[in-house]
Structure formats: C-alpha cells, structure tokens
Design a protein around this ligand. Structure first.
Ligand SMILES: Cc1cc2nc3c(=O)[nH]c(=O)nc-3n(C[C@H](O)[C@H](O)[C@H](O)COP(=O)(O)OP(=O)(O)OC[C@H]3O[C@@H](n4cnc5c(N)ncnc54)[C@H](O)[C@@H]3O)c2cc1C
Length: 476
C-alpha cells in the first residue's frame, strides 16, 4: 500500500485529494492524508450569508472558458448548481479623471476588435486611438527574452493603455503591477499573437474569422459560479473524501527526504509517506522544503505574493436603484484612490442579494497598498466609503460591512517566471515522489488551481508506478 501526503486544503489540495480518491476507489493500492493548518478546508474560498445576501470573501466565480473547475463541480454532483454571470448586464467601468467611463464594446483585454465603439469611447485620447490604428502594421516579433506586461502593451498601444487598462485589469486579477508581471506567464496568448502576426488587432481578427467557420454554439457566460457560492464547491469535494483522512488544525512544519521515503512533521508527530503533494502558496512550500532541497526552496521563495483585502457592503433598495448598471468598476493607480475595484454583486450574478438590497464588494491592498492589511476594520471601511463617496457619490450608511484579509495570497508571476518554473522542474526530477500544486506556478485562477491539483496527484501516482510512466514533476 503506497502512502501519499497532501499539504494544504485549499482548492488545489482538495482537487489533488479528489483525484487520488478516484484512483483509490478504482482499486489503486494507496492511501492518503491531507494536512490543513487552519480549522477549515477551502483556503481562500469562503462564502457567508448576511441579511439574505451571499458574500464571497475570496473568489466569487471563475472563467467559464477554463473548464477544470466546472468539470470538478460536475464530477462531485454539483452540475445543476453551476450558474453563469448575467452577461446581458455586463458592463465594466474605468475611473478616468474622476469619472466612470465604460470599457467599450469589443475590447478584448486591450485589443480593439470593433472600430466604432473604440473610436467613440472617451476612455482613450486621440493619441492612443491613433496608436491603435498604427498597431495594425506592427511587424511579427519573436522575442528572445521575457518582458513586463507594461513594456509589451506600451510597445503596441502606448503608455495610456498601460495606465488606464492593463494596470487596473491586472491589479484586479493578480493584485500586481503591469510593470512587474511577465507577459509570457500572464498573457501567453498575446505573446504568441505577436510572434505569429505582429499586430494583436490582426491576430484577434484572424482568430475571429476562424471561429466564424466553426459550427456556432450558444455563447457561454464569461464567469461561472455556484448557486450557494464558492463554498459549495469546497463542501461538495470534501463530501466525496473520507473524513478520517482530512486533518484540520494540522500545520506541517517540515518535509524531509529519508532513504526512499518522505517524512512529514506536523506538531510533535512525524509520519512516513511514499509521495508528497505540497499544495500551499509557494512561499509556504519554500519553508517546508528547505531541508529537502535548499535549491528548490530558494526558487520557491523567489515567487512573490501580494495581499488582498475584500470589503463587502450591504445597502438598501435606494442605493440599488441609484447605482450605475453593470458589474462594477476598476480604479487606475494614477487616479490617486486607495481602492482597486468594486463589484456590483447584485447585478453580476442572480440571487446574490434580495431585490431590496444592494451588495458591493470592494478590493483594496495588492502591491500598491500592502500595509492596509494591518489597518483596523474601522479604518478600512472608512477608506472604502470615502472612495465610494468620491467615485459614485455613495454617502448612505451601509446596513452591514464584512472585511476579509488575505495575507500573501496572490502570486505574482514576475518577468522570467517561466524560466524559473523550468529550473523548478529540473530540481524536482531529483526529488522522486514530490509534486507541487497551487497558484504560484501556472495560473492563479480557481480552474488553474484545480488543474494543478489533479496534475500533481497524477504526477505522484506516476512516480509510485500507479499510473503509466511519463515525466514526473511540477503540476502544469
Ligand atoms: C480575494 C481573492 C479574490 C480572488 N478572486 C478570484 C476569482 O474571482 N476567480 C478566480 O478564478 N480566482 C480568484 N482568486 C484566486 C484563487 O482563488 C486562488 O488562487 C486559489 O483559490 C488558490 O487556491 P490554493 O488551494 O492554491 O491556495 P489557498 O487557497 O491559499 O490554500 C492553501 C491552503 O494551504 C494551507 N497551508 C499553508 N501552509 C500550510 C502548512 N504548513 N501546513 C498545512 N496547511 C498549510 C492554508 O491554510 C490554505 O488553506 C482570488 C483570490 C483572492 C485572495
């Protein structure tokens, strides 16, 4: 009987456990134990109900086009609980010189695919619109080295596009700065488009033409979530796992290689395993693996993380009717505000707030404002309320507020991230049975984390001869 340890009970660790469980039930000779340091499973996936409203403390949904999270939900019997975003009301605003300006129709991240809405939009100056036209003639370029998203976007569309769009969009997803994030790791499709077509506009048009030739399928909503929130996914997966193998309040302190096995130390107890899946943030993985491989620990330590604070605020019917339509807004750094973004939750998904309630979810923190994590609740709420007053003239007292702090939760894929992953892969080749999963490697979103967990489980199974052999290593 082979024994596998999973460290971390966030969605990555749970996905790894679920994959192992499927093999165990199919007859593989294995047992596994999941160690989670906190009293609950799910990591940053936390849903709460307050005053009839569904509050998400961490992620509220995932991208529909990445299938792995929806697939996991279906496998655990939650297929009929999946819901799509209200895309008929989808509109996102950017704060420009103190005014909310809607992102024009047809803009794919920063690439305009429809001429009229872009030309008419006050989001861009005439200089940037001219750059968009010139971008059409951008020659193909096979970059020999990675670069930052900011420098890539600047080359194509100029600094205003970085400031008004790329930076706030990435702040929303990574809590990071476009000038620090790797274009190859964060926007691989755009880097490929440049290599093949030169112009991103022309590449996008070619992709659309190709799509038009394939049989039409009904348009899918951009975001998917669950009727009762993201916690439902955690509970659904956990319900399929043997409770006796899920150990909460068990922080692992050390993972060591001893002869042909792995020794996992948690509290005063140590236990031997044939394989270990480390599904914690990379920084925590570095702490655990220092004794097993200082080289690996040092690579993991160099993957930076930022912190994030979410503030949910509930309001009455009057506020609901006074808010602009759409999903919410993003705040570029140059606007001098402290909040990064706000979601109008009652518009984004059905049934998240009763008809007579408005629910706003605001973000603060990130690379711009790491110290807000230490501010008392009252100060955080005051900052958010002052920004809301200035941006959307919202002065009403909230009916309730809830603050959630996520220290070091958002991985930053800095320039050179993919090369770092290659070095990590090579180091793992010398550590048989060790696999890594989580948001520090090949995708920060929930679907990527689900995939990283199942890939890590398959990698551990292969190393133990329980799956046909292909190269083991980092979950891709
Ligand atoms: C505020 C916020 C909003 C987000 N919004 C979205 C969104 O809308 N859509 C989307 O797709 N993604 C979103 N993300 C990103 C996504 O939610 C995360 O990247 C993903 O959930 C991370 O899952 P994980 O299991 O890898 O890590 P985590 O959720 O961080 O779980 C890691 C677990 O490991 C445990 N652990 C750590 N050290 C040890 C140890 N030594 N021993 C035992 N256990 C340990 C921790 O307690 C934790 O439970 C968001 C993230 C945040 C923070």
């Amino acid at each position: 009987m082979k024994r596998i340890a999973i460290i971390g009970g966030g969605i990555s660790g749970l996905s790894a456990a679920f994959t192992l469980e499927k093999h165990r039930r199919a007859g593989a000779s294995l047992e596994y134990v999941l160690f989670e340091s906190s009293p609950r499973l799910g990591g940053v996936l936390v849903t709460e109900w307050v005053d009839g409203c569904l509050l998400e403390a961490g992620p509220d949904s995932f991208l529909t086009e990445k299938p792995w999270a929806s697939e996991l939900c279906r496998e655990v019997g939650l297929g009929d609980q999946l819901i799509g975003s209200n895309d008929a009301d989808r509109k996102t605003y950017i704060l420009v010189k103190g005014r909310l300006v809607v992102i024009p129709d047809g803009l794919m991240f920063m690439v305009p695919t429809k001429i009229t809405p872009t030309v008419l939009s006050p989001l861009f100056s005439s200089g940037t619109k001219l750059r968009m036209a010139r971008e059409w003639f951008h020659p193909p370029r096979k970059a020999d080295a990675d670069e930052s998203v900011a420098s890539f976007v600047d080359r194509h569309y100029g600094a205003e596009m970085v400031e008004r769009l790329a930076d706030p969009l990435l702040s929303g997803v990574y809590g990071g700065e476009a000038s620090e994030l790797s274009v190859r790791a964060v926007l691989p499709r755009f880097a490929e488009m440049e290599a093949t077509h030169g112009s991103l506009g022309r590449a996008m048009l070619a992709a659309r033409k190709k799509m038009a030739l394939t049989p039409k399928t009904p348009a899918k909503p951009l975001f998917t979530s669950l009727k009762d929130g993201m916690q439902q996914m955690v509970d659904g997966v956990a319900a399929r796992l043997p409770a006796s193998e899920l150990h909460m309040n068990r922080a692992v302190q050390l993972i060591q290689r001893q002869d042909n096995s792995w020794v996992v130390s948690a509290g005063y107890a140590s236990d031997e395993f044939d394989a270990v899946i480390v599904a914690t943030p990379a920084q925590a993985a570095a702490e655990l693996l220092g004794m097993a491989s200082e080289g690996l620990a040092s690579e993991l330590r160099s993957i930076q993380y930022t912190s994030s604070v979410t503030v949910n605020l509930g309001y009455d019917r009057n506020v609901r009717t006074s808010l602009p339509p759409g999903f919410g807004f993003l705040v570029p750094r140059c606007e001098g505000k402290r909040m990064l973004a706000a979601t109008f939750v009652h518009n984004k998904f059905p049934h998240r707030a009763p008809e007579d309630r408005a629910l706003l979810r605001c973000f603060i923190g990130g690379a711009r404002n790491e110290q807000v994590l230490l501010a008392p609740d009252e100060e955080v709420v005051n900052i958010i309320r002052e920004d809301l007053r200035q941006i959307i003239k919202l002065t009403a007292d909230p009916l309730f507020t809830r603050i959630h702090r996520w220290k070091g939760a958002m991985a930053q894929y800095g320039v050179g991230h993919l090369e770092r992953l290659q070095r990590i892969e090579s180091l793992l080749q010398h550590l048989p049975g060790l696999a890594l999963a989580g948001n520090g490697y090949r995708g920060i979103g929930v679907p990527d984390c689900v995939r990283s967990g199942s890939d890590a489980a398959n990698s551990a199974l292969r190393a133990l001869g329980l799956l046909e052999a292909t190269p083991a290593g980092l979950a891709s």
